[in-house]
Design a protein around this ligand. Structure first.
Ligand code: NOJ
Length: 499
């Protein structure tokens, strides 16, 4: 009997100790940062107020309303230019640690150049920052979220290497004015998407439609611009708040269509994420070797006298290497990938050798490119950690689109499953993720989809001149996650019939 009792006590003791010391994989690590994200053109409105200059998005939407699903534009958007105090109130209600927003270049520099500084434009951002700080929220400033001054586009935009200088002049002014109060900066948002959809094709502004040569050149100049902005901050302004600065890259997940086709997964990664990331985060720098040889070979086959991928000189390779304090990751969805032979019709595949598709069983969001695959999120975090020596990763966008409703349980379901996957990447795989941000605080102007696809935690009525904001269920859910620093219940993924 005595030995039985002893056994019971011993077993209970082991259970209690295990319970106390076991990692709780549903809680966020200590000091983990939670936030929400937005961008200037998508929310601010006031496109021609307070002496703001014209941006490529003002021009594009006014000239080409037929390229936007509902013919709309960001002239008023969420009217955050006038309603920023209300936005901060909502952020304060959520109790986020940080709020990521971007600066409109042409609002601060109406001529585009650094010769005229628009004080009223600058004040808008200064007021927003003060309001955030007064509410205990860290401002996270993106310098460039796709909306450069139209004047530069008339000179070739990102196909003109002078953009590196022009954007550096702008960045220096922003740093000088804002870095005393801002600790977190992002240089450029998603170069790939802008270059593919704005320069290679014409899905987004500036709609250049230049094919592969355009996308390679655009990426090349954006990479250089990023590095230059980083060095300016590092050398001249970091000391102000001992701040941190990095690039934001869109890396979708990739799962092999055919078991064991790891080559397709890696090739996909190097051609998408690695294109810019390798130059910045790898030990060797430069574009990924596999990309250099593949593009060179295919360019030759297509009859070009030289590779479409421009060369980075060894000076540039060294200058670019290491220019990001964190890996800013925007992630939404995942592809199935497979290796395919080169075909003439499919230019992109011709250069990467990888074809993307979706598994028909994956649940869908309103955006046709967005499928719900949380395992792909865990995979891509792991891939980044493995490729680049486990850098600090900030998830700066993750979110789900629908077409309506404040009872957005599908959004809650998506966010819950993605955060869960991220926490597993942290606890079980040892990845160094330090921040997470939902896209987006408000429903907003979703580029070529106009207002037809909603990503907000807060509903915005775009037919109401007051742009009434109404919190959705997901806002309450996220509020609870932030308050408890924990995913509090298991949320079954409902079958998505239609949205
Ligand atoms: C990434 C972009 O940075 C953001 O502007 C966009 O709204 C979201 N993806 C959703 O498409």
């Amino acid at each position: 009997m005595a030995s039985y009792l002893f056994l019971r006590v011993a077993v209970s003791f082991i259970f209690i100790v295990t319970y106390i010391f076991a990692t709780d994989t549903s809680s966020f690590p200590k000091n983990f940062l939670l936030g929400t994200s937005s961008s200037a053109y998508q929310i601010e409105g006031a496109w021609n107020e307070s002496d703001k200059g014209e941006s490529i998005w003002d021009w594009w939407t006014h000239e080409n309303p037929n390229f936007i699903s509902d013919g709309s534009n960001g002239d008023v958007a969420c009217d955050s230019f006038h309603k920023y105090k209300e936005d901060v109130k909502l952020l304060n209600d959520l109790k986020v640690d940080f709020y990521r927003f971007s600066i409109s270049w042409s609002r601060i520099l109406p001529t585009g150049y650094a010769n005229v500084i628009n004080q009223e434009g600058l004040n808008y951002y200064k007021n927003l920052i003060d309001e955030l700080l007064a509410n205990g929220i860290e401002p996270f400033v993106t310098l460039y979220h796709w909306d450069h001054p139209e004047i530069f586009e008339r000179m070739g935009g990102w196909t003109n290497e002078m953009m590196v200088e022009w954007i550096s002049d702008y960045a220096r002014i922003v740093f000088k004015e804002l870095s005393p109060k801002v600790k977190y900066f992002a240089t450029l948002n998603e170069p790939n998407v802008l270059c593919e959809e704005g320069y290679e094709t014409k899905i987004k502004a500036p709609g250049k439609n230049l094919g592969s040569p355009g996308v390679f050149l655009c990426m090349h100049n954006m990479l250089k611009a990023h590095a230059k902005i980083y060095h300016i901050y590092d050398e001249e302004f970091r000391k102000h708040r001992n701040g941190t600065i990095g690039i934001v890259l869109p890396c979708s997940g990739a799962l092999p269509k055919y078991l064991n086709d790891t080559a397709a997964v890696d090739m996909h990664f190097q051609f998408k994420c690695g294109w810019i990331a390798h130059a910045i985060f790898s030990n060797t720098g430069d574009y990924p070797q596999i990309m250099k040889s593949h593009v060179a070979e295919n360019s030759k086959l297509a009859g070009y006298p030289r590779s479409l991928l421009p060369e980075l000189s060894s000076e540039w390779v060294q200058y670019i290497k290491g220019t990001s304090d964190f890996f800013g990751l925007n992630h939404y969805s995942t592809w199935l990938v497979e290796t395919v032979p080169r075909t003439k019709e499919q230019e992109w595949y011709a250069y990467s050798g990888v074809k993307e598709s979706r598994d028909p069983s994956w649940p869908k969001a309103a955006s046709k490119w967005l499928n719900v695959v949380p395992s792909g999120f865990r995979e891509i975090i792991n891939k980044i950690a493995r490729e680049y020596d486990n850098p600090p990763i900030y998830i700066l966008e993750n979110g789900f689109s629908d077409r309506c409703c404040t009872f957005d349980y599908l959004r809650i379901s998506y966010l819950h499953s993605y955060i869960k996957a991220m926490l597993l990447a942290i606890y079980e795989d040892g990845c160094n993720v330090q921040a997470y941000s939902v896209w987006s605080l408000l429903d907003n102007f979703e580029w070529s989809a106009g207002y037809t696809e909603r990503f907000g935690l807060i509903h915005v009525n775009f037919t109401d001149s007051n742009r009434k904001r109404t919190p959705k269920w997901s806002m309450d859910w996220y509020k609870d996650v932030i308050a408890t620093r924990k995913l509090n219940f298991t949320w079954e993924l409902p079958t998505i019939i239609h949205i």
